[in-house]
Write a protein of this length. Structure first.
Length: 174
């Protein structure tokens, strides 16, 4: 196996996608918890690789599998964790996974993700690093799906009672 982490991530993700395409539901229930546990790793490349693996997994799922209640909530929780990760590479990979999930679930993906991210943003006011990570995660979502996310984000931001400027205040990039 090559030593370049990007190549390793790509090869592993493609292999995972092939397994899911061939075995489908028989393997999904086993793979998702393993991937989610990978988000607990201290190694940034591993967490980014897990997100890339999720993307390949979703690319090789049927639309029925992606929209199934059995898996869609798992995917949303997974993406929520990646979007608020403390490393920008992981947040970007999480946003790419969201892009793919939104293509299949539509508004359900947004409704499953935005309220919790906004609550996390509000709860993380005292932890500036987590606050910045969550805010950047929202920005990453806007980067990949601004036309879909913005109409849902603005009403939620306005209705949460915090001054809207609070959500767009400058922060130090990590």
């Amino acid at each position: 196996m090559p030593r370049d982490p990007n190549i390793q991530i790509y090869v592993a993700a493609r292999a995972l996608g092939d397994i899911v395409r061939k075995l489908g539901d028989r393997i999904l229930a086993d793979i998702i918890p393993i991937l989610e546990a990978g988000l607990d790793s201290e190694i940034t490349d591993q967490r980014r690789g897990v997100c890339t693996g999720l993307i390949e997994l979703m690319r090789n799922c049927t639309k029925e599998q992606l929209s199934s209640a059995n898996y869609s909530s798992d995917f949303i929780v997974f993406i929520r964790r990646a979007i608020s990760d403390h490393q920008p590479e992981v947040r970007r990979a999480g946003a790419r996974a969201f892009d793919l999930l939104h293509n299949s679930l539509g508004v359900r993906a947004i409704d499953g993700l935005l309220p919790d991210l906004l609550a996390q943003l509000d709860a993380s006011q005292q932890d500036s690093a987590q606050h910045a990570a969550t805010l950047d995660g929202l920005r990453q979502l806007l980067t990949v799906k601004s036309k879909a996310v913005m109409p849902h984000l603005v009403p939620k931001v306005i209705s949460c009672g915090s001054p809207i400027i609070y959500f767009f205040r400058p922060y130090n990039h990590m």
